[in-house]
Design a protein around this ligand. Sequence first.
Ligand SMILES: NC(=O)c1ccc[n+]([C@@H]2O[C@H](COP(=O)([O-])OP(=O)(O)OC[C@H]3O[C@@H](n4cnc5c(N)ncnc54)[C@H](O)[C@@H]3O)[C@@H](O)[C@H]2O)c1
Length: 383
Amino acid sequence: MTFLDNHVRRAAGDSSDPAAHLNLEFWQAKRVFLTGHTGFKGSWLSLWLQDLGAQLVGYSLPAPTEPNLFAQADVARGMTSICGDILDAAHLHNSIHQHAPEFVFHLAAQSLVRRSYLDPVNTFATNVLGTVHVLEAVRTCPSVRAVVIVTSDKCYENDEKLDPYKESDRLGGFDPYSSSKACAELVTAAYRSSFFSGSNAHIAGIGSARAGNVIGGGDWTEDQLVPDIVRAILARKEVLIRNPHAIRPWQHVMEPLYGYLSLAQKMYHEPEKYSQPWNFGPDESDAVTVSDLLERFSQAWGPDLPWRKDSGTHPHEAGLLKIDCTKAKEELGWHPQWDLSRALETTAQWYKSFLSGDDLRAVTLNQIHSYEKALSTAILSAR
Ligand SMILES: NC(=O)c1ccc[n+]([C@@H]2O[C@H](COP(=O)([O-])OP(=O)(O)OC[C@H]3O[C@@H](n4cnc5c(N)ncnc54)[C@H](O)[C@@H]3O)[C@@H](O)[C@H]2O)c1
């Protein structure tokens, strides 16, 4: 029994209610295939889907960091975990066909901008050809009803404009990572129109999700702000910041995951209507500079964190990036639940639990349940 009581679950799933958007009970016993389940977002999504009662299969290379949430929260315990390369098309195809999923969430990726400068070939191969392999396997797998391809808000041609990017804006990408995510969007659009719509096609929802930077407990990614802060705290060093004035749309990892589930559920019922790209980002007030975020994290953590600008030379990273999520709000009924302060508080609490040696599976599940509570409260107050 989760924190979310059955009454609220029923309320959240009442399809006659215009405020109803995410019926969490829906996921009970659904067959779900998830790539990238050993990664940061994949681990959170795996735990959430396990908790909701889905029959979950993950396909991924081993966790990309040490330590990692996948091991810390014992994520493999509640799912079938396949160690496989997305570039091994035959292995991926056989794994998808063997498990006959109804849903596919594609998260596996080389996910780092800075690493993409060092290894562009692997970045393009993993992120573009990997997406081709997923869609190719799905198109001959009739059980699949909905696919969510996870790309990024970095898929837009970034001209550092003040207006947030809409789904209809031009795709682009300065660096190999951003470009590879724009390419993954193009691949998704081509597969959608060529193989998943029209007569004689395998009708399935093929949506893509463009989310911004996420934060949350259990992120140990290299060169990411919150993990860098935590590593500096652990090493009792000052935090080095590359771009203190860069503005990013920060959000807790649960927010886009809730977006992915909402989108998948909508596509399950009305695949052609919802098979589109979708932005998932925070409200505009939560797009703040890196130095603001650092200061606010330090308030949530406790004593002030010493930091200074890293004066070394660094490859280009976008200075300004905001996305417009009106479409997801109006058409999917998706809304961010936790503002930045709550996201930072929850994240700081997770790392404090880590330092205290707590059971991190229980801690992560408790945070998932708190998020579900916020979701149900919002749904009930909208009635
Ligand atoms: N974390 C963010 O802030 C953020 C923001 C926008 C978009 N995204 C996107 O969300 C998705 C998940 O991000 P994340 O932060 O969890 O990334 P992550 O780096 O923590 O995890 C990546 C996952 O992909 C797997 N993987 C990498 N190469 C693979 C390959 N060749 N074959 C099979 N598996 C492979 C890894 O093992 C891991 O499970 C990615 O597509 C990423 O680009 C992340």
